[in-house]
Design a binder for this molecule. Sequence first.
Ligand SMILES: Cc1ncc(COP(=O)(O)O)c(C=O)c1O
Length: 365
Amino acid sequence: MFAKQQIQGLPPYAPGKPIEEVKQDYGLTKVVKMASNENPYGASPLVAKAITHAASATSIYPDGYGTVLRDKLAAKHALDKQQLILGNGSDEVIQFFCRSFLTPETSTVMATPTFSQYKLNATIEGAIIREVAVKEDGSHDLEGMLAAIDETTRIVWVCNPNNPNGVALDEASMIDFLQRVPESCIVVCDEAYFEYVAREDYPKSLDLLKEYPNFVVLRTFSKAYGLAALRVGYGMAQKEIAQAVDPVRPPFNNNTLGHIAAAAALEDETFINECKEKNRQERERLRVYFEGRGLFVYPSETNFLLIETGVLGNKIFQAYLEKGFILRSGEALGYPTAIRISIGSEEENGELLQVSNEILPGLGV
Ligand SMILES: Cc1ncc(COP(=O)(O)O)c(C=O)c1O
C-alpha cells in the first residue's frame, strides 16, 4: 500500500444515518433530518420546472465552463466572469484552493472548531496546519490567527458565519484583519450561510474583493437555495487568483442539471427572502425555547443552532434519534457537550419542541 502517508488512517467522511435506516431501526413511520443545514422548504419551484425540461439531455457532457450560470452569477455580483470558480459544491472549491496553494512546505491557518473540510483537504496536501481556538463567544480569534500566520502561510480560512456555531464576524473586524494579513497568504472567507445572515454590520465581501487581491469568497447553492443534492458552489476572487486555481478543476465538475437548477434558482429572489424570514422566525422560536430551559445557545446568523447542554452530545443525539429526529452531536464538531440543530419548518420545529419537553428532563438537561 503506497497511499500518501498523510491519508493513511484518515477516517473517511461519516455521513449521518439515512432516514430509511432510522425508521427501520427504531420502528418509526416518520423521521425528520435536522442535521445537515439543508433548506426545509426545498428549492424554488422554478428549479423543478427547469430541470424537468433538461431531463432528456443526459447523453451530452455538461458545458465545462458553466457559461449560462457563470454569466448569471457574474451579472448578479457585478464581477467579470473570469473571477468565478464553479465547484461541485463549495466543498470542491475548498479542495481546489488546497490543491493549488498548499504543499508540505507551506502552512494554513484556521479556527477551531470550524468547518471540517479545510483541515481535511489541507491534511491531504500534507500542509502544516495551525488551528486557533475560537473565542468564548464562538467568534474567530482574529488576533490569534494573525499571530499564527508567517511567511510559509498560504491560506487562512475564515468561516463567516462559522459552522458549527453559527457565529458571524462584523465588517470592521474583517477589514482590520485583511489589512494585516500579508499578501503572500490568501484569505478564504466561506460564506455558505450568506443568505441567512441578518446582522447589519456583516462584511460586504464583494466590495472587499475589489480592494484586497488576496481575498476569496465562497458561496453555495446547497443551503438557502435548496440545491444540496445537485452540488453547486462557487468561489469569487480577483482574476489572478481565480485563473491560478482553474487548471485544477476537472473538466466537467458540475453536471448539467446542477447548472440549470442554479441558474433557475437565481431567478427567484422572492423564494430566498421568504426562506430567510421563515428561518429567522423559527430560529428565534427555538432559541427562546432552549434559553428558556437555561441552556446556552450560540448567537446564530445561519439556519442552525448550536446548543450547550452539559451532557455528552452523542447521548442527546441518541435520545432524539429514537424519537425520530436526526440532529448532529457536537462530539464530532469540537463541542462535546453540545447539540447542533438545523432549523426545520414550523411544523417540524413544533414537533421537535414537543419531543424536547419529554427528552430533556430525562437527561438531566
Ligand atoms: C461552512 C460550510 N462551507 C461549505 C460547506 C459545503 O457546502 P457544499 O459543498 O454543499 O456547497 C458547508 C456545508 O455544510 C458548510 O457548512
